[in-house]
Write a protein that binds this ligand. Structure first.
Ligand SMILES: *Cc1c(COP(=O)(O)O)cnc(C)c1O
Length: 435
């Protein structure tokens, strides 16, 4: 794949028009390409591993809609499932068998889940899980980790300060400090900070929430010991552990990050893959906790489009193709070879690629970080400067160095080989030689 100056006139024109009626021209901020410069591509269609923009340019897609598209774009079976459901109606506001089938699939594959409820986004799933945990424990305080993203609900838009534990610094305007003061933030990968925190605050804590594998601020793979200590301390203090598997759920195999670490969370949250590309979220876990939800219990939670039939159909069609585990095996092998192919050619450069399952992350530093504050911002700038060149070579990587890449079952070994060569070239031009 050769770097060209792609024609993007139609994308530019649409951006100009959109900016007049949509803030920044986008419905989710990172789509605006603010960190990387260049003009955001307006996408016309996707097919397998490829995206096509409105100017007719083709890109090998490593963004995969930020995670949901584990089968690639417009998988024929998923499309067929959605089409045939659409012909029978899009939404009823009443219960369907599809909801039972998707719930039953997840409950029977994910050991810690006894009951589950569907919502319409990952944000909503996390928000509802936290309310449920607070309702169950009768406590207000929650704990999150610096570098983990859990959607954009008020009390989780919290920035870590400089201390080991910080409370209540909103990371967005419009979030009252009175709300974020109920959220404590700790660094990842720090057992001592964890123990100190639980000693002092454990008995007031409703829930601790952590990403399955933190993958929204680089790929910060956690040590098993750290995750197991978090599980032990939460259990000891009667605190619910919420594992946010919105990315890792059905990406890290059928049992997700809970099985990867060998831990048993009280609640788990889902989104992305379980909707097969349709808007969806879900939260589930111990029956005794989930039964606090209305109509059985006092915790209110609802949604006009919750359990939407199109989303359930797309999710079921996607999970059906993953159910025998074969695709996970293939994806993991492909990703491992791809990551190796890149890193082998870049041994003398200050760059590394982290890879887990079918996720990879390009980072312009040698050491793979486990904590947010171990990511070198200069390295992120290198990625951001490289982005436009990579895009012009026909490869769509996420428009921010903090975002991870995904491969789908539609990415063939040949496509990956060619992409690895292109990425190696682009990275070499950007990275320093490693001393
Ligand atoms: C994407 C994501 C969310 C938010 O999901 P939305 O569907 O974007 O609201 C929450 N948690 C994690 C770990 C995510 O990756």
């Amino acid at each position: 794949m050769e770097e060209k100056n792609l024609i993007t006139d139609r994308s530019r024109e649409l951006l100009e028009k959109s900016i007049k009626v949509i803030p920044g021209g986008v419905n989710s901020p990172v789509r605006a390409f603010k960190s990387v410069g260049g003009s955001p591509r307006f996408i016309e269609r996707g097919e397998g591993a490829y995206l096509f923009d409105v100017d007719g340019n083709r890109y090998l897609d490593f963004c995969c809609s930020w995670g949901p598209l584990i089968l690639g774009h417009a998988d024929p079976d998923v499309v067929e499932a959605v089409k045939s459901q659409a012909e029978n109606g899009m939404t009823f506001g009443a219960t369907t068998e599809l909801e039972f089938r998707l719930a039953d699939f997840i409950v029977s594959h994910v050991e810690p889940i006894e009951k589950i409820r569907f919502v319409s986004s990952g944000t909503e799933a996390v928000m509802s899980a936290i309310r449920t945990a607070r309702g169950f424990t009768g406590r207000d305080l929650i704990l999150k980790f610096d570098g983990c993203y859990h959607g954009h609900s008020d009390y989780l838009l919290v920035k870590a300060g400089s201390g080991l534990v910080t409370f209540g610094q909103p990371s967005s305007a419009g979030v009252p400090e009175s709300i974020t003061s109920q959220t404590a933030v700790l660094p990842l990968d720090d057992e001592e900070a964890l123990e100190d925190f639980f000693r002092e605050h454990g008995d007031n804590l409703a829930a601790a929430i952590i990403e399955g594998i933190p993958a929204n601020n680089g790929l910060l793979v956690q040590r098993h010991d750290f995750m197991r200590l978090l599980r032990a301390l939460t259990e000891k203090h009667g605190v619910l552990l919420i594992l946010d598997e919105v990315i890792t759920g059905f990406r890290l195999g059928l049992e997700g990050a809970a099985a990867y670490y060998g831990i048993h969370p009280d609640l788990l949250t889902y989104g992305k893959i379980i909707g097969g590309g349709m808007p969806v979220g879900a939260f589930g876990g111990r029956a005794e906790v989930m039964d606090k939800l209305s109509p059985l219990g006092p915790v209110y939670q609802a949604g006009t489009l919750s359990g939407n039939p199109l989303a359930m159909a797309a999710g079921l069609a996607t999970l059906a193709k993953l159910a025998d585990g074969r695709l996970y095996y293939e994806l993991e092998n492909k990703n491992r070879l791809f990551v190796r192919e890149i890193t082998e050619h870049l041994r003398e450069y200050t760059v590394n690629v982290a890879g887990v399952a079918s996720i990879f992350w390009i980072i312009f530093q040698k050491e793979l970080p486990r904590r947010a504050d171990c990511i070198d911002p200069d390295g992120i700038s290198h990625y951001n400067r490289m982005h436009e060149k990579v895009l012009n070579s026909g490869i769509y990587i996420p428009p921010s160095g903090y975002e991870v890449c995904f491969i789908s079952s539609a990415h063939s070994e040949d496509m990956l080989k060619e992409a690895a060569a292109t990425l190696v070239d682009a990275i070499k031009r950007e990275a320093h030689r490693w001393a």
